[in-house]
Design a protein around this ligand. Structure first.
Ligand SMILES: [Zn+2]
Length: 272
C-alpha cells in the first residue's frame, strides 16, 4: 500500500512537472565584430583586453508560444570578406539566423512574438524577416526608429515593421502572462532600450542584457558608452537591472560578451 502510494505520487509528480514545463532558452551565433579598442564604450585600453564582441540571437520556447529576441547582424555580413581596418570593425557571420531556424524545423511564421533590445544594426539584422508575427516594441524605441541623426541604425533592416502587427508597450511587460518571460524596460542606450528576464527552472533565472552593458568592464566600472542616447537614463537602468538581479537571483548574460558566449550551449541545445 505504502509503496503503491509512493509510485502513484511519483507518476503524478512526474506528469505535472512535464505538463508545466518552463521556458526553454536557445542561443544562436549571429556573428561577431572585431574592434581595435573599446573607446566607444568609454573603456580605456588598460581597463579591458576585450577586442571582439559576440553578436547573439535568442529564442524562447514557452507552452503558449515562441519569442524571438534580438536579430543579430545584417544578412549582408554573412560570409563577407573581412573589411580593411580603416573601414571599421571587422564582422564575421557564418550562418544566417533564418537558415539556423530552418535547421530547427522553424519558419519565421512559426514565431509568435519577436522583440529586440533596440534597433541598432547588430540587433535588428533579421527584423524584416520576422514581420508575420507580433512584434513587441517599446513605444519610445518605435517613435525614434526613423528619426534623423541616429548612429548605428540602418532603417532598411527594419522598415518592414511598418506593415507588421506591432504591439507598442511603455515599460516592463510580461510576454506570456505567467511571469516566466519578462521584457524589462532599460532605456538610455537608445530611447526605448529593453532587456529580457527568463525564469528557467533548472538553470535558474537568466537576464539578457541587450546593450545595457557591452562588456564586463562596463558593468564593473559603471561606464556609459560615449554614443548612448541618454547617460543619466542609462545609469538609472543599470541600477534597475542590478536591483532586479539581486531580487530574483538571476544571472546576467552580457549579450556581446565573447568569453561568456564561448562557454554557452548553442542551438539545437538549450537551457531550461
Ligand atoms: Zn549591440
Amino acid at each position: 500500500m505504502g509503496l503503491y502510494r509512493i509510485y502513484l505520487a511519483a507518476l503524478l509528480f512526474g506528469f505535472s512537472s512535464w505538463a508545466s514545463a518552463g521556458p526553454k532558452l536557445y542561443v544562436f551565433d549571429c556573428g561577431s565584430a572585431q574592434l581595435d579598442d573599446l573607446a566607444m564604450f568609454n573603456i580605456k585600453p588598460g581597463e579591458s583586453d576585450v577586442r571582439e564582441l559576440f553578436v547573439p540571437c535568442y529564442l524562447v520556447r514557452h507552452d503558449e508560444g515562441i519569442l524571438f529576441w534580438d536579430g543579430g547582424l545584417p544578412k549582408s555580413a554573412v560570409g563577407a570578406e573581412p573589411a580593411d581596418a580603416a573601414a571599421g570593425p571587422t564582422m564575421r557571420y557564418d550562418r544566417w539566423v533564418i537558415d539556423q531556424l530552418a535547421d530547427m524545423g522553424l519558419e519565421p511564421a512559426d514565431i509568435t512574438y519577436a522583440a529586440y533590445s533596440h534597433l541598432h544594426f547588430d540587433h535588428a539584422g533579421a527584423a524584416n524577416e520576422l514581420v508575420e508575427n507580433t512584434v513587441i516594441m517599446q513605444r519610445a524605441e518605435w517613435d525614434n526608429a526613423f528619426g534623423e541623426g541616429r548612429e548605428f541604425v540602418d532603417t532598411s533592416l527594419y522598415d518592414g515593421l511598418k506593415q507588421a502587427d506591432l504591439k507598442l508597450i511603455d515599460g516592463d511587460y510580461d510576454v506570456f502572462g505567467d511571469g516566466s518571460v519578462r521584457l524589462i524596460y532599460t532605456p538610455g542606450h537608445t530611447p526605448g532600450h529593453q532587456s529580457l528576464l527568463v525564469m528557467l527552472e533548472n538553470t535558474g533565472p537568466v537576464a539578457l542584457s541587450g546593450d545595457l552593458y557591452h562588456t564586463r568592464a562596463n558593468r564593473a566600472l559603471r561606464r556609459v558608452p560615449t554614443f548612448n542616447y541618454d547617460a543619466e537614463q542609462t545609469l538609472a537602468s543599470m541600477d534597475k537591472m542590478e536591483k532586479l538581479l539581486s531580487e530574483t537571483g538571476a544571472t546576467l548574460w552580457i549579450e556581446h560578451d565573447k568569453a561568456l558566449a564561448d562557454t554557452l550551449k548553442k542551438v539545437p541545445a538549450y537551457y531550461d
